[in-house]
Write a protein that binds this ligand. Structure first.
Ligand SMILES: C[S@@+](CC[C@H](N)C(=O)[O-])C[C@H]1O[C@@H](n2cnc3c(N)ncnc32)[C@H](O)[C@@H]1O
Length: 204
C-alpha cells in the first residue's frame, strides 16, 4: 500500500483529471512486480517509462537497474513530476516533461537510438486514437530486437466502444491494438490490484 502522502497526491490528481490519470490509487506491488518481471533489467542500459505518476513502478525499476543505466520517465502532469523529483532523487532517473507520444524526438535529442526495455501505465482506452498510436509507434521504433515492453490495462477497460468524430462507434481492444505493433503479445492477470489488471508483455 502506498504511503498517505503519495495516496493523497495520486487521488487528488485522479479527481482533478481522471482522463489522464485513469486510476484512483497507485499500482500495487503485485502489479508492479508483474510489469517488471518480463523486462531484461539487469543488462539494460536505457529504459523508458510512460506515465510514472507518483513512482510506484519507477521506484521498483530503479531498484532493478544497474548503476550505469538511464531511466527516462515521460510524465505530462506537473504535480507528479514535482513529486518524483522530490521523492525519488536518483542520478539514473530523468523525468521528461513531455507526452509519451513525443518519445522518439525526446530520445533523439538526447542522442539515444535504442531502448532495452519499456513500461507503460498509460490509460490507452481513454487516450485519443492518434495520441496512443503515436506513443506506441515511437516506442516500437526504438526498442532493441531483444527488448521487451509491458503495458497494463484494468480488466474493465479491456474492451471499449469509442465514438469517432463522425458519430459512429468503433470497438477498441488493447490486445488487438498491441498486436498491430508487436509480433509477440502475451498477457497475465493480476487480481491483487485495485482494480484487477491485465499485464501485456510485448516483443518486437
Ligand atoms: C494510471 S496512472 C499510472 C501511474 C503509475 N505508473 C502507477 O502505476 O501507479 C497513468 C499516468 O500516465 C500519465 N499520462 C497520461 N497521459 C500521458 C502521456 N500522454 N504521456 C505521459 N504520461 C501520461 C498520467 O499523468 C499518470 O501519471
Amino acid at each position: 500500500m502506498a504511503e498517505p502522502r503519495e495516496l493523497k497526491t495520486f487521488s487528488g490528481e485522479a479527481l482533478n483529471n481522471f482522463q489522464t490519470t485513469s486510476a484512483v490509487v497507485p499500482s500495487s506491488r503485485y502489479l508492479t512486480r508483474a510489469m517488471l518481471a518480463p523486462l531484461p533489467l539487469r543488462r539494460a542500459r536505457v529504459v523508458v517509462e510512460f506515465g510514472p505518476g507518483t513512482g510506484a513502478i519507477t521506484r521498483a525499476l530503479l531498484e532493478g537497474l544497474p548503476a550505469q543505466a538511464t531511466l527516462l520517465s515521460f510524465e505530462i502532469n506537473p504535480r507528479f513530476r514535482a513529486y518524483l523529483e522530490a521523492n525519488l532523487p536518483d542520478p539514473r532517473l530523468v523525468v521528461v516533461a513531455a507526452g509519451a507520444e513525443h518519445a522518439a524526438e525526446e530520445l533523439a535529442r538526447r542522442g539515444i537510438r535504442q531502448v532495452d526495455a519499456a513500461v507503460s501505465s498509460l490509460g490507452l482506452t481513454l487516450m485519443p486514437d492518434r495520441q496512443r498510436q503515436a506513443a506506441v509507434r515511437s516506442l516500437v521504433s526504438l526498442l532493441s530486437p531483444d527488448g521487451v515492453f509491458t503495458q497494463y490495462q484494468y480488466l474493465h477497460g479491456l474492451l471499449a466502444y469509442l465514438q469517432k468524430t463522425d458519430g459512429h462507434f468503433v470497438r477498441f481492444t488493447v490486445n488487438r491494438f498491441l498486436k498491430s505493433y508487436f509480433s509477440q503479445v502475451s498477457r497475465e492477470v493480476v487480481w491483487r490490484n485495485l482494480p484487477p489488471a491485465f499485464v501485456f508483455i510485448c516483443q518486437p
